[in-house]
Each structure stands twice: as structure tokens, then as C-alpha cells.
Ligand binder design. Structure first.
Ligand SMILES: [Zn+2]
Ligand SMILES: [Zn+2]
Length: 428
């Protein structure tokens, strides 16, 4: 185990010292040791972060989540952007894009935008406040496990940073068309993005759980949890002996209530199925227009690729590259990387396991940025609504593309990186 940062030592009260923790990416067991304040412990085998120690984490995370809640409310109450065209001013709210998509018969895409830009960020903030408030007074809230599981499930889907990039792209695209006046909501949303990221970076998740040692101290580190007959809880990282499951006929983690299993169930088949579905949907997503610009009564349909070409023709190279990278390169590379990982796991490959794990981690993080084009369409549809003079309508391609992004995100989620390491038994 590598300990980073050598500032001041203080006890990691959240973890039972002398106990063990299994790496969530490769299942390797490590003995829990003291970590300096602000430092983190890394897995010696795959480099994943095992746990961190953030001094005064509860107070910091609480303050940041409270600020995030206020900014989220401001984002949804005040005007978002105003557009001035030929003397007419169109004022929109943050949620206008969602309503515009719904009115145009794109209910599914409207729901996707609403969930990822409003509801999931709200659920993350509200869930964390529910957990952190009582904790500052030394109480553990009711149903901690269930609420934390909900927060953990929706956090990867609250895509405020991606939405912000969508706003910037929409901004640049509209520069030629009309005058844009940013509203208070836009600034609040920018603040929300920063504060929410800081809130997540300042949360030491271990404080959520009461200390509990299930894996007896006698268990040795240096093997995988599975080899030692232990199952690591996916939510709270508690190590539970397999005999606990068979002995009590109970499948849930005794600390947080998450159903326990050594590896994600049916991971390979589920990931293959999702990759196949995403690959098929990627074809109509690129053939059909994602949006149609109506100017002076004439219609100009745009596919993802023709949109990129228009941007290049207009001299907006950087923007063209961002859209091309996020909407075409990322989904394609993600499908290729996941297929590659699945094939190497199936072939029981021992080749560069650490690099393959890193590849998976990068794929998981970058994947969400594919949503950017969907947000651009949502924002433009909500903003540009000047009748025959100038109107932007969503195309059916955006619904297919939304399905591609969701499928690839689910595919990455259903892959279990520990499978990469399961063939390493006995290999040093
Ligand atoms: Zn590891
Ligand atoms: Zn648990």
C-alpha cells in the first residue's frame, strides 16, 4: 500500500485499525493503517484509491452541500438566459429546455435532461444533507444505508459539468444569430458545478459508517478477498465472511443492507448485451438529424456529423473538435475498450492488468461527456423559439443518441474490473 502525503498524522477513526480492506477495483486485501490528514491510501496492485483521510470532513461536506442546495434553488428560480433577435426578447428558465423538448414530442430526452441536470443533483445534495446534519451532532440518521446507496447510485448521473459545457457550446453557436443575455440562474449554475465538485472531493465516505470489524484480524493481507473467503460490500466496504451468508441465510451487508455478492452478477453477459444494443442504436443516432434549424421558413436538418462540418466551415475548430470528440469518438472508443476488456477477461489474459484497469477507469469517467450534444440540443430548443423567423427543433436522432449514451454508461457500470485480476491467482 502506498501512502501519499506526509503531513500531520492523525488516527483514521472511521476505519478499524488492524482490520483489512479489499480494493474495489482488484479485490486485493490490505491492512488498514494510519493515513495522514489530507492523504490517501492507494492499492499497491492496481493504484485505486482505497480510502482517504480528510480532517473535519463532516463540517466541510455539510457546508458545501448547503451552499450547493442554495445555488440549485437559485438556478431553478431566476431567469437562465435571454435571447434578443430583431427587437424581440425571449427569456428562458433553466427548465425551459426540458419543457420545449417535451412539447416537441421528445418526452424521453426531456426526462433524461431533467434527471441528469436537475433531479439527480438535487437527490445527491438532499441525501448528503440528510446524512450529514445529524452526524454533526453525533447522531447516526435513520436508514443510513438506504439513503447513502441512493446517493451513490445517482451521483455518477448528475452531470452538472457536462451541462455547463453544453451551455458554452450553445452560447458560441448563437453568437451569430442573436444577442444573448446571461441571467442569474446561469451564474448560480456555474457556482453549483464548482461547489458540488468540491463537496464530493471533501467527503471522506468512511465517516458515514460506524466502525465494525467483521473480517477477523487474523485474516492475512496480500491475497484477494475472494481467496480468503470474504466478500467486500460494494457500498460500505465491510468485509463479510462467505460463511455469514450461508450460515444465516442472509444476503445483505450487516452494516448497510446492500445485497452482497463477490463479483457483479452475470457481468460479462450483461455488458456484452448493452454493448450490442448501444452499437445498433449508434447507427440511427448518426443517420437521423439531431436538430432542425428553421430560418425564415426554410428548414436545415443537422445530423451530429453535419453539425460538426458546419462548425468547421464557420471556422469554429475548437467547438467542432469538442462535439466530434464527445459525440462520436467517446462512444466509439468506449464500445471498443469495453469489448477489448471483455475479450481479454474471457481469454483469461494476464497482460498488463494494471493498465487495463486504468483504461477501464478512464472510460468510466470520460463516458458521461457524450451527453454534451443532448444538452446543446435541449438548450437551443428552449432558447430559439421565434416562430418562422428562427426556431430550433429537436430531431429523432437525439432520442437514439440519448439511448446510446445511457446504454454505454450502463455497460461500463455492469463491468466488474475485479474480473481482470481474477486470473492472477498465484502469479506475482
Ligand atoms: Zn487494487
Ligand atoms: Zn455494507
Amino acid at each position: 500500500m502506498t501512502i501519499k502525503d506526509n503531513k500531520k498524522y492523525s488516527s483514521p477513526s472511521h476505519l478499524v485499525e488492524g482490520g483489512c480492506i479489499a480494493c474495489h477495483d482488484c479485490d486485493f486485501l490490505h491492512r488498514v493503517i494510519r493515513v495522514p490528514g489530507g492523504g490517501k491510501a492507494l492499492c499497491s496492485r492496481c493504484g485505486a484509491v482505497l480510502y482517504r483521510h480528510i480532517p473535519r470532513t463532516i463540517e466541510k461536506a455539510l457546508a458545501l452541500n448547503l451552499a450547493a442546495l442554495m445555488l440549485l434553488i437559485m438556478t431553478n428560480v431566476f431567469p437562465f438566459m435571454s435571447l434578443k433577435l430583431s427587437g424581440r426578447i425571449e427569456e428562458t428558465l433553466f427548465i425551459s429546455g426540458v419543457f420545449a423538448l417535451y412539447r416537441q414530442g421528445m418526452g424521453e430526452v426531456a426526462v433524461l435532461v431533467f434527471l441528469t441536470s436537475i433531479l439527480f443533483p438535487f437527490m445527491t445534495i438532499a441525501g448528503m444533507l440528510y446524512l450529514l446534519f445529524p452526524m454533526t451532532f453525533g447522531y447516526r440518521p435513520w436508514k443510513t444505508g438506504r439513503v447513502y446507496r441512493m446517493v451513490k447510485a445517482v451521483t455518477p448521473w448528475s452531470l452538472t459539468a457536462v451541462f455547463m459545457l453544453g451551455v458554452l457550446i450553445a452560447f458560441v453557436k448563437l453568437l451569430d444569430l442573436a444577442t444573448i443575455i446571461p441571467g442569474i440562474s446561469l451564474y448560480s449554475f456555474l457556482g453549483l458545478m464548482v461547489v458540488l465538485t468540491a463537496a464530493q472531493a471533501n467527503l471522506d465516505t468512511c465517516v458515514v459508517w460506524p466502525p465494525m470489524q467483521f473480517a477477523p484480524g487474523g485474516k492475512k493481507s496480500g491475497a484477494t478477498a475472494a481467496e480468503q473467503g470474504l466478500i467486500a460490500c460494494h457500498t460500505c466496504a465491510l468485509l463479510v465472511p462467505e460463511t455469514h451468508l450461508s450460515g444465516y441465510g442472509q444476503n445483505d451487508c450487516p452494516r448497510c443492507g446492500t445485497p452482497l455478492h463477490s463479483r457483479k452478477i452475470n457481468s460479462l453477459n450483461r455488458t456484452w448485451a448493452l454493448i450490442a444494443a448501444a452499437s445498433l442504436l449508434f447507427i440511427p443516432a448518426n443517420i437521423y438529424p439531431v436538430m432542425t434549424v428553421i430560418q425564415l421558413g426554410r428548414e436545415y436538418p443537422n445530423t451530429i456529423l453535419s453539425g460538426v462540418i458546419h462548425l468547421i466551415e464557420g471556422g469554429m475548430w475548437i467547438l467542432a473538435f469538442i462535439i466530434f470528440f464527445a459525440s462520436i469518438m467517446v462512444p466509439v472508443l468506449k464500445l471498443i475498450v469495453l469489448s477489448f476488456l471483455l475479450i481479454t477477461v474471457k481469454k483469461k489474459s494476464l497482460w498488463r492488468s494494471r493498465d487495463r484497469t486504468l483504461l477501464f477507469r478512464v472510460t468510466e469517467i470520460v463516458g458521461a461527456w457524450s451527453m454534451v450534444d443532448i444538452y446543446v440540443v435541449a438548450i437551443l430548443t428552449g432558447l430559439v423559439n421565434f416562430g418562422t423567423l428562427s426556431t430550433i427543433q429537436p430531431g429523432i436522432g437525439v432520442a437514439f443518441f440519448g439511448a446510446v449514451v445511457v446504454m454505454t454508461l450502463f455497460a461500463a457500470h455492469s463491468f466488474d474490473p475485479r474480473l481482470i485480476w481474477d486470473n492472477m491467482k498465484g502469479v506475482k
